[in-house]
Design a protein around this ligand. Sequence first.
Ligand code: IMP
Length: 433
Amino acid sequence: MQLKSKVDVLLGLQWGDEGKGKVVDVLTPHYDVIARFQGGPNAGHTLEFNGMKHVLHIIPSGIFHPDKLNIIGNGVLIEPRILSQEVAALREKQVDAKHNLYISKKAHLILPSHRLLDAANEQAKGNAKIGSTLKGIGPAYTDKIARTGLRVGDTLEFDFCEKYELLKLQHLQMAKTLGFDTAAFRIDGMTLEEYEQQWMASLDLLRSFHLINSEYFINDCLRQGRRVLAEGAQGSMLDVDFGSYPFVTSSSTVTAGVCSGLGVAPSSIGRVMGITKAYCTRVGAGPFPTELFDDTGRTLCELGHEYGATTGRSRRCGWIDLPALRYACMLNGVTDLIVTKPDVMNDFDEVLMCDSYLINGEKTDEIPFEFNAVEIQPNWKHYAGWKQSLAGIESFDKLPQRLLDYLHAIEEATQTPIMAVSTSPDRKDTLFK
Ligand code: IMP
């Protein structure tokens, strides 16, 4: 089959929160279609422009461009009530999502009882909690793989309510087995039954969208030469196969996930743009070799406003981790790097990079299988800070030389060229090389 264009991919190379929302928004003018391929309302993609800030969870970040199509692909999980809240929040900003948002009939649903089960699973883990966003991601993907899930298209069927009740019953039984107090459980301050009523009411809105077979739709777009951008959520180090398992999310966050999450062939993948912060953050539990527990870590958190867009939790902060970044570049086939938030480190006397790990006295460049279990000592490289504000700098080559040196070191370490640097949350502060 002759395709006239390819799917470009934009995804996070760390543990999420790299600034994907902003970058997708900046790149959107170059594309016709923006498509989410995995994850769900655990994501929080923040966009800022014209003095306005907006957080998206399920809806692709191209929604603010009325002439662009946005697609929620089959690999995404949809929580109808969260979707309806997002649609309402957009309406307040005069954005009519109905106009340019299409949804795959094959996308799976997050039921209220998936959220209950998420809480029950986390509680049962005790000290080994993953730090889930508790949006029901793990249990909903579990049902998908177990072939017991419900999909968007199922809401159009006459027996949907019957299937829903059966699945809910299973979830409640599982929660009971885990010793979870379902009566005390609340979502947004509501009991399961109260929340369920609102969830059910949101199905009407869901059904009123263009519900499509997105795999045909996207391949048709490619045949016609329309440009498609796949927008990743979370980050490569949270990938269910390659991340720091079990401290991961439950989807394929890497480029491979684009193929299964949108229904496109590997040969139709074009450029792969990978985003990394100039430092590193992680929210939730799990290994983080370059984590800082001192004032520098706290400064990164404060100046970088490192608080979860979905949960409000403060993020753990540390220096950039090159073994992890190299790993992510390898897994994704990154063709272009985008570096965000170097401005957070403007006042630092020096900035550090973890170049390799020392594990049991042995130097390694690789992420070990025992990532969670072994003690990892980072080998540091020190760089002089640029000690300068980046505000008002309008081109890449006008960036301070010391920052350029730092960026060059990232390119060298990953053998991947930097395509752009983001120097503030605002759309306009994105400097292409
Ligand atoms: P879940 O996907 O909500 O089950 O969360 C699993 C792990 O992934 C937890 O450590 C979360 O904090 C983390 N996580 C999930 N989504 C995001 C995200 O969008 N950004 C950063 N971390 C995330």
